[in-house]
Design a binder for this molecule. Sequence first.
Ligand code: TXA
Ligand code: MG
Length: 369
Amino acid sequence: LDSFDFSLREGPTETHLKIAAEKLLNSDIPVAFPTETVYGLGAIATKSSAVQGIFKVKGRPVDNPLIVHVCSVQQLRQLLQPTSSQARLDATLDPIPNVYKSLIEKFWPGPLTILLPCPENSELAPEVHPGLKTFSVRIPDDPLALALIQLSGPIAAPSANASTRPSTTTAQHVKDDLEGKIEIILDGGTCAVGLESTVVDGLSNPPCILRPGGISLQQIRQCEGWEGVIAGYDCQSTTIPKAPGMKYRHYSPRASVILYEAGSSGPILEDARKVGVIRTMKWESQIGGDAGPIKDSLIPIPIRSPKGTHWEVWLGDDLESIARGLFAALRHLDDQGVDAIHVEGIPETDDLAATIMNRLRKAAIQICT
Ligand code: TXA
Ligand code: MG
């Protein structure tokens, strides 16, 4: 906590953090906390009963492994070599495989998750990596998350949404999904990235990306030992995905998402009632309507036209703001009670754009080309 000045920020105080850490250590009820990607639903990574609590609260399939969050590389080494003396930890026998050194140096803390062999005599709860010989870990780039982990020890956490729903990027979204099932949400404001971390496997040859996310393939490729990294999630669907979570229905609001690939003609709203529209780079505002220009807002704006009133959100036209607002826009349109959400896809000019489209394709029930 030494590096964390509570007087400089709004939101949870040191007392709140201590209560949250107590809850983690002394109960099996998970605690929601902010990270730079999305909110996490945490439990002590070495405590089976608590980790089981995560699966219960989320309604998550038990074969879907969790990411362990640590606050420092030192804490990770301790987790990998629990019985080692400090001297051994500092010596040449580093339990972290060499292949990850360049990535860790460049991207931690940050939205990158690495796969590691489960240590022998592992203290990790088996539920963290069900049936797997590997587990995944990252250092999140959020001061509240780091302070909490420093108090409680390593935290296993999936995204803090009900299973199949869009990930949560504000404390309110977590409350909407999990109220009554958890007792504490640490409110760290809106997540800066808005998409989950990139999951990489450096134990396979060639190394591969299991889930695209906040760090791009191009960025990873620039690191020593990662020049030949491949996109494992593109592997054809007949094989079992190496990141088990990639096979499930995902990121879905209650409304049906209809995705329009970049360059396709947009929707024709026959009957605009109960319809949401998410615009990004090209679509004109007020399809068929006559309202004034829409401000850059994630709050849906009603657009009146002869065909009825539909709701519109504009995510902005740069990739960072589209990534940051995407899940929130899906949730906020759901809150308006729409039946269908038409989403303007974007050209996959780079990896962040491709990651955004990866999430949208998973959310969509129909894709128009
Ligand atoms: O940004 C994030 O990664 C957020 C924040 C909270 O850290 N967490 C997150 O967790 O998105 P979750 O559980 O929603 O997604 C974790 C993904 C899943 O696709 C899971 O299958 C994969 O990582 N994964 C975790 N451990 C794995 C392992 N040992 N082998 C293969 N895939 C693994
Ligand atoms: Mg998730």
